[in-house]
Design a protein around this ligand. Structure first.
Ligand SMILES: *Cc1c(COP(=O)(O)O)cnc(C)c1O
Length: 359
């Protein structure tokens, strides 16, 4: 068994027990004599997986009956386009909060579809914080307000979400299922699965049923939320294996004690790392300002490029993988999603202290 500690930003660590169960069931799923990958997506055996994943997500995240859960494909990036195609019509305006590269990408897709407006941005501060000055009282003719709940690349995360009287949409790709949230506040939440939910290939969309009715009907059927909602995400062949792994991850979350327990563990993990950064007398510097720090992606720099390279090299030799920062910002980043165990963070902190002492 390899002893790699996986700090990858995405695709990211999955719980070991999930992988082991998938391995044990790989060639014979539930007595069917077939792999879950080989089952018809219309079969009873697969349907159980599909329905259970959906119901379990609803129960774990406390998703109200006003909202539907869809399993789509194309990742969060596909949602960047699908959302405005559905809702940015009739001369309405898509409002965007820019808090990082993913928000920028979401905005640039919407710009191709209709009118957009940036309501707040922290770009000038290299996205080191969630924008503070939010002028959200008046959003005339709004189709929706879009935000990115956790900025995977810069390591910032929203604390309290804004109260607005227009449809609120969040890209939660990198912090869904990591903490308790009030789903009823949002008209749409979407997330590619490969950070906290499972493997890549499935995109979870949680969307208010009444809002779907307001969507543009003049776009291709496959791009309409309504199509997938009506067909229980079985309009076309869904990514069955990814949904199966998602269902195993949801079992794992329940076994941890649910989302509250996972949240407390995540806070503990993040605090360990931030305490280490803050008590390093400036040797390690966090990229994010304190009030915007992410519990999922801890970004930091070392005094210079040579030390950064040395740090990453030595970490790798100790089996710590994925600690290099995103190519656009450099430095280091420890992604500590749900499935990254506390011990991995403890070992990283120990290494950081020793490395600082020696250098
Ligand atoms: C990873 C990520 C994306 C991109 O997801 P894809 O599934 O690759 O399209 C978008 N938004 C956020 C916040 C992410 O972390």
């Amino acid at each position: 068994m390899s002893k790699v500690l996986n700090f990858n930003a995405g695709p990211a660590a999955l719980p070991r027990s999930v992988l082991e169960q998938a391995q044990a069931e790989l060639v014979d799923f539930n007595g069917t004599g077939m792999s879950v990958m080989e089952l018809s997506h219309r079969s009873g055996a697969y349907d159980e997986v599909h329905v259970q994943a959906k119901e379990q997500l609803k129960s774990i995240m406390n998703i109200p009956d006003t909202h539907d859960v869809l399993f789509l494909q194309g990742g969060a990036s596909h949602q960047f386009a699908m959302l405005p195609m559905n809702f940015l019509h009739s001369n309405k305006v898509g409002y965007y909060v820019l808090s990082g590269s993913w928000s920028e990408k979401a905005l640039s897709e919407a710009e191709k579809i209709g009118d957009t407006k940036v309501v707040a941005s922290s770009k000038e501060d290299t996205y080191s914080h969630i924008p503070k000055e939010l002028a959200l009282d008046s959003l005339p003719n709004a189709a929706y307000l879009h935000l990115t709940s956790n900025n995977t690349i810069f390591g910032t995360q929203w604390g309290n979400f804004p109260d607005v009287n227009v449809p609120l949409v969040a890209d939660m790709s990198s912090d869904i299922l990591s903490k308790e949230i009030d789903v009823s506040k949002f008209d749409c939440i979407y997330a590619g699965a490969q950070k906290n939910l499972g493997p890549s290939g499935v995109t979870v969309v949680i969307i208010r049923k009444d809002w779907i009715k307001e969507a543009n009907k003049a776009i291709p059927k496959i791009l309409q939320y309504e199509t997938h909602a009506k067909a229980n995400s079985l309009y076309n062949t869904p990514p069955t294996f990814s949904i199966y792994i998602l269902s195993l991850v949801l079992n794992w979350v329940e076994a941890q004690g649910g989302i509250g327990a996972v949240q407390r563990m995540n806070e503990q993990k993040a605090n360990l790392l931030y305490d280490c950064i803050d008590s390093s007398e400036g040797f390690y510097k966090g990229h994010a300002s304190k009030e915007s720090r992410s519990n999922m992606n801890v970004t930091f720099t070392l005094p210079n490029k040579e030390l950064t390279e040395k740090f990453l090299k030595e970490a790798k030799e100790l089996g710590m993988s994925g600690l290099n920062g995103h190519r656009s910002v450099g430095g280091c980043r420890a992604s500590i999603y749900n499935a990254v165990p506390l011990e991995a963070c403890e070992q990283l902190v120990e290494f950081m202290k020793i490395f600082k002492g020696k250098n």
